[in-house]
Design a protein. Structure first.
Ligand code: FAD
Ligand code: NAI
Length: 475
């Protein structure tokens, strides 16, 4: 008789693979079913994040940043460089190697933790004291039985019917990570995180890049002051053209490219480009899991309904990551994965959703944790604000990038930190201290009294807390 697993995990992205590892560490017999296939038909663990998301995008961001730095960032140092050129094939091969290393790293971790990996597409057959899942692979079917199921099926790009993808001229993130040459003019539908990051890659390598964003406000989820500084720097320094209030209405392909029609405050407009990236958000992968058959509820947008412990409407079925509410971020998925594994093992972990960090890997980087100033205002919270500009940081000056600032928001009465918002050099790394501070319910005064090595960029966070307390030292 087929074995009954303690836990079956559907999906091996950063939600699913982390959940599976934690389950195995806790002594639970675990199987992880994952449907990911590379274009060559090979299976590959790691989901969106490792295959076509976080990792490849950061690899290309790094290559393109090095290229831009060599071209424009060294003159002030007295370093003269000639003949700088980009070999896109080599850059792509490097990126592919990084992806290969990362995904095979997950396969190694599965073997190490004795997690059974089943390639294939999974659907619910039944739920109860044990749950049955069908796994379809290469035309064959297998039934798996498990006491608990963790759904970590992730998300996919939202498709806009007016912009049908052809994988060549009109692409999503997958295609925009694979361009074999630098586009002349890359149009992007949606000035969100993917549009800005992948737009930055190809802009730095020489493409003209135009982003069309229907909203009037840039980066609606970020702190308004940070968003407005980001708009200034990304348009002025990176050279991205960002058209706000631009509502696309359709497109037509021509021999040489794509023409996009859109309207803005000035009326009807058109954008001609040779490649188009559609990056207008992502939708959960939940439509083909047979969830209705087993009465697992989804909301109107297809996200599986869960409580704050990731429990679905069926007691021993949990759902985590991009297929449930909350930010679509790899570390949020992993956090939920660990917590659910521990709950299944009888522990009582909590995920602190108020301290999930966000980073946008543009140059300069944008990062935040906690509440925005506009959210505090809307909630009527009385707060203090401290701002420190990197212009006044010796380390930022030495680096040659002193753009941006750190902003802290602290409760007026208790001094507790409520939000930290950063834009500037390497702020993705500086953010970690702010996350620790929020997790430990630190006051601005706590950070202000901690010695920070000099000269480091990290001094900027301390200076911002000093500013919130009304006693800045360096500005
Ligand atoms: P996924 O990573 O989407 O994994 C789900 C897995 O489940 C996939 O392998 C899928 O094939 C499989 N699956 C789905 N349905 C089934 C089924 N029925 N049976 C079997 N298997 C199934 N986030 C960050 O935090 N930082 C970043 O820098 C970042 N950069 C990104 C860049 C890009 C271009 C993109 C697209 C996303 C980026 N993200 C980033 C978001 C991040 O990738 C996701 O939040 C994260 O991958 C979600 O993890 P997940 O485990 O929920 O789902
Ligand atoms: P997004 O939500 O960040 O941005 C989508 C943008 O498209 C929005 O500005 C939206 O207003 C716009 N839009 C929506 N409908 C549109 C339409 N019909 N026409 C034109 N524009 C339209 O989504 P994006 O960039 O697709 O990324 C998906 C998710 O992936 C993000 O929400 C993020 O969570 C994750 N991600 C995270 C990264 C990171 O952490 N650094 C990097 C890349 C992606």
């Amino acid at each position: 008789m087929a074995e009954t697993y303690d836990v079956a995990v559907i999906g091996a992205g950063p939600g699913g693979y982390v959940a599976a590892i934690r389950c195995a560490q806790l002594g639970l017999r675990t199987v992880c079913i994952d449907a990911w296939q590379r274009p060559d038909g090979q299976t590959s663990l790691g989901g969106t994040c490792l295959n076509v998301g976080c990792i490849p995008s950061k690899a290309l961001l790094e290559s393109s940043e090095q290229f831009a730095h060599l071209q424009h960032g060294l003159t002030a140092h007295g370093i003269r460089v000639q003949g700088v050129a980009i070999d896109v094939a080599t850059m792509q091969a490097r990126k592919n190697k990084i992806v290969e290393k990362s995904t095979s790293g997950i396969a190694f971790l599965f073997r190490k933790n004795k997690i059974e990996h089943k390639p294939g597409y999974s659907r619910f057959v039944s739920v109860g004291a044990t749950c049955q899942l069908d796994v379809e692979h290469d035309g064959g079917h297998e039934t798996i039985t498990a006491r608990s199921v963790i759904i970590a099926s992730g998300s996919m790009p939202a498709s806009l019917p007016m912009f049908p993808l052809d994988g060549e001229r009109v692409v999503d993130n997958v295609g925009a990570l694979e361009f074999r040459e630098v586009p002349k003019h890359l149009g992007i539908v949606g000035a969100g995180v993917i549009g800005l990051e992948l737009g930055s890659v190809w802009r730095r390598l020489g493409a003209e890049v135009t982003l069309l964003e229907p909203h009037e406000r840039f980066l609606g989820m970020a702190d308004e002051q940070v968003a407005s500084e980001a708009y200034k720097l990304l348009t002025r320094d990176t050279g991205l053209v960002i058209r706000l209030g631009a509502k696309p209405s359709g497109m037509k392909t021509t021999a040489s490219g794509v023409i996009i029609n859109y309207s803005d405050a000035q009326g009807s407009q058109r954008l001609e480009c040779d490649r188009l990236l559609v990056a207008a958000g992502r939708v959960p992968n939940t439509h083909d899991l047979n969830l209705d058959v087993v009465k697992i509820s989804c909301d109107a947008r297809g996200f599986i309904e869960v409580d704050d412990r990731c429990r679905t409407t069926v007691p021993n079925v949990y759902a985590i990551g991009d297929c449930v509410r909350g930010p679509m971020l790899a570390h949020k998925a992993s956090e939920e994965g660990m917590a659910v594994a521990e709950r299944i093992a009888g522990q009582m972990p909590e995920v602190n959703y108020a301290a999930i960090p966000s980073v946008i890997y543009t140059a300069p980087e944008i990062a935040w944790v906690g509440q925005t100033e506009q959210a505090l205002k809307a909630a009527g919270t009385v707060y203090r604000k401290g701002l420190f500009w990197f212009m006044a940081s010796g380390r930022a000056q030495a680096l040659g990038d002193s753009r941006g600032f750190v902003k802290v928001l602290a409760d007026e009465k208790t001094d507790r930190l409520l939000g930290v918002h950063l834009i500037g050099p390497q702020v993705s790394e500086l953010l970690a201290e702010a996350v620790v501070a929020l997790e430990f319910a630190a006051a601005a005064e706590d950070i202000a009294r901690i010695s920070h090595a000099h000269p480091t960029l990290s001094e900027a966070l301390r200076e911002a807390t000093l500013a919130a307390l009304g006693r800045p030292l360096h500005q």
